[in-house]
Design a protein around this ligand. Structure first.
Ligand SMILES: NC(=O)c1ccc[n+]([C@@H]2O[C@H](COP(=O)([O-])OP(=O)(O)OC[C@H]3O[C@@H](n4cnc5c(N)ncnc54)[C@H](O)[C@@H]3O)[C@@H](O)[C@H]2O)c1
Length: 391
């Protein structure tokens, strides 16, 4: 796909811009590492902060040309779209309420978007953004980074191959403890916007980590949510969004699931864990021990599948970097999403379809995640009534 009026070049690194991710931010630095790991992207521009001074200081620290460090994302989109060597893709790493307005500025100009989750703060915005993305020639990549782990790819391939039989039960949880106290009252930046419904959306833990758990469950099982019943709480006094949620799920086809997300569970750091049970076997995977996958066939001993080791198949192998026993983790998994994005962008540059093995979450998964949060909030307000997600 040639993007009108822009110089694509025959090859070379993909010119990347970034919105958000300035000094003191969390995930922007992770995106920069992930983009660098395989040498397929080069960061050349950014609007790193709502504060122009901080944006400039952040750009200088990253060694960028000061003329390509912008005071605002709209100015950046306009200026970069005009340049012959303008950015080809933008990473969006701002708080949630800015994902939609930023993405729209770039998608409209044919610039590929790599956006962090959740897709947007509201379902209305998610639907509007999906419509813009559908009209744009540019790609939309959503960094549900846990889908980049080799053992998660392995689990998905095993379910798809029928190695578990028809799926009956899905148990997924994402527990943390960093919001067990009113951290937002101290001014801590990441806590402040995450507990402000205007910036995070109506879901707190559900939007922040529940969407990861939900996406992981759907990615591995291929199931589609039919209805849910959610019981959400804000345990910390005065908190305006949930910090703990229990969700019952019914999937199309009859499978049942439970999702627990919590940011007030002492002793938990990033305890994302998935268990899937079919008629003939089960699978268990935990993010904090990501190089291992348990396969539990009914009536037979449990088997431990190791990343790069015996029993690990081609879906895992194509995103495996180092031999078994040398740990790969969060950064490599994140970089796998960037590598998949690069393959798709390079194919688009050359006007060909990407290799069918290229897999990354996109706008559809983003919309499903925001619809999941919306359904959780609606259900919980009605006393944990069963509701359907409005995909
Ligand atoms: N995939 C993951 O594992 C993961 C982990 C953490 C956060 N996230 C997501 O990443 C996003 C950012 O989270 P974070 O923890 O890094 O937040 P953060 O508060 O640390 O960083 C947000 C950044 O956005 C900047 N920003 C705010 N308004 C801006 C504007 N108008 N223009 C340009 N920059 C602006 C801030 O200055 C800051 O640099 C959120 O959507 C969050 O849900 C994803």
């Amino acid at each position: 796909m040639a993007i009108e009026g822009r110089s694509e070049g025959a090859g070379g690194r993909i010119r990347l811009g970034m919105v958000g991710g300035g000094q003191g931010a969390f995930i922007g630095a992770v995106h920069r590492i992930a983009a660098r790991l395989d040498g397929r992207f080069e960061l050349v521009a950014g609007a790193f902060s709502a504060d122009p001074e901080r944006s400039r200081a952040s750009g200088a620290e990253l060694g960028l040309d000061p003329r390509r460090v912008y005071d605002g994302f709209a100015a950046m989109a306009r200026a970069e779209a005009r340049r012959k060597d303008g950015i080809e893709a933008v990473a969006i790493v701002t708080p949630n309420h800015l994902h939609a307005p930023v993405a729209v500025e770039f998608l409209r100009r044919g610039i590929h978007v790599i956006c962090d989750k959740p897709l947007t703060a509201t379902l209305r915005e998610a639907k509007a953004l999906a419509a813009v993305a559908a009209r744009s020639k540019a790609l939309f990549v959503l960094t549900h980074n846990y889908t980049g782990y080799p053992m998660v790819r392995q689990a998905r391939a095993m379910v798809a191959a029928g190695e578990l039989g028809p799926i009956r039960v899905v148990q997924v949880e994402y527990a943390q403890d960093w919001l067990a106290t009113p951290l937002e009252a101290t001014g801590q930046k990441q806590a402040a916007w995450r507990t402000d419904p205007a910036r995070s959306g109506a879901g707190g833990a559900t939007g922040d980590i529940g969407t990861h758990a939900y996406n992981l469950a759907c990615f591995v099982t291929g199931l589609r949510l039919e209805a849910l019943a959610a019981d959400l709480q804000a345990f910390v006094p005065g908190r305006r969004v949930d910090d703990n949620g229990h969700v019952l799920m019914r999937f199309e086809g009859g499978a049942r699931g439970m999702l627990w997300c919590s940011q007030v569970a002492p002793g938990n750091e990033n305890a994302l864990r998935l268990r899937v049970y079919g008629e003939t076997a089960g699978l268990e995977w935990a993010q904090e021990d990501p190089n291992y996958l348990w396969f539990t066939p009914l009536g037979a001993p449990k088997r431990l599948i190791t990343r790069g080791g015996a029993g690990s198949g081609p879906a895992a192998a194509r995103v495996t970097r180092v031999p078994p026993g040398h740990p790969e983790g969060y950064l490599e998994g994140f970089a796998n999403i960037y590598a998949e994005a690069a393959r798709a962008i390079e194919a688009a540059r050359e006007g060909r379809a990407p290799d069918p093995a290229v897999t990354f979450p996109g706008i559809a998964e983003g919309l499903q995640g925001v619809a999941f949060v919306d359904a959780c909030v609606r259900s919980s307000r009605r006393g944990a009534a069963w509701v359907r997600p409005a995909f």
